[in-house]
Design a protein around this ligand. Sequence first.
Ligand code: 6SG
Length: 208
Amino acid sequence: MPPYTITYFAVRGRCSAAKIMLADQSQQWTDIVVNFEDWMKGDLKATCVFGQLPKFEDGDLALFQSNAILRHLGRNHGAYGKGAKEASLIDMMNDGVEDLRLKYGRLIYQEYETGKDQYLKDLPDHLSKFEAVMARNKTGFLVGDKVSFADYNLFDILLNHLVLSDCCLDSFPSLKSFVGKMSARPKIKAYTDSDEYKKQPINGNGKQ
Ligand code: 6SG
């Protein structure tokens, strides 16, 4: 029995970065997939600390909040930097990814039809911040010389943006190279090529 269990809807959504990370770290997990009808009954929701999924279990530890899950995995699998300073910088970069993920979620779930043009106009400004960090660090990772949970999170949200606009990284060479290298990591490639990954929509409303 793998030690990890992930309870979530049948979408990539807020679990995708953690699953890419687990795959790359050679970890196995059990998926519990919740459908809309069952979720609406409310029994499971009532047991969730914030009334939301994903739920992540590591043995007898139950965790909610996707970024807390990423941090937990960072600690468990040596993907939280070398020392306290790198860990703090990784936290900072992950918070930056969360800001972008929230903007993306607003577009997808609230204003896809009316807001997409403006979103794509504003996007280079957001991406340029990650480009600058990546270009300055020169290791192919956001912080230090080793992959961290923030890299998996950035990679996942960039993949979503490439679906939204396949040319969105064209003026960001460091980000483009980062996505290329992460995609080519053998265990990530095996996971993202799998039916399990491909069959899941990115988002819960079918927009992408
Ligand atoms: C939705 O927002 O999938 N959790 C979501 N929605 C159900 O009753 N800060 C935390 C975190 O980082 C945010 C959690 C997140 O972990 S994720 C949740 O629990 C609720 O609030 C996006 C996603 N959406 C799919 C979805 C949820 C509600 C409508 C569409 C699944 C499909 C239909 C119902 C459940 Fe559906």
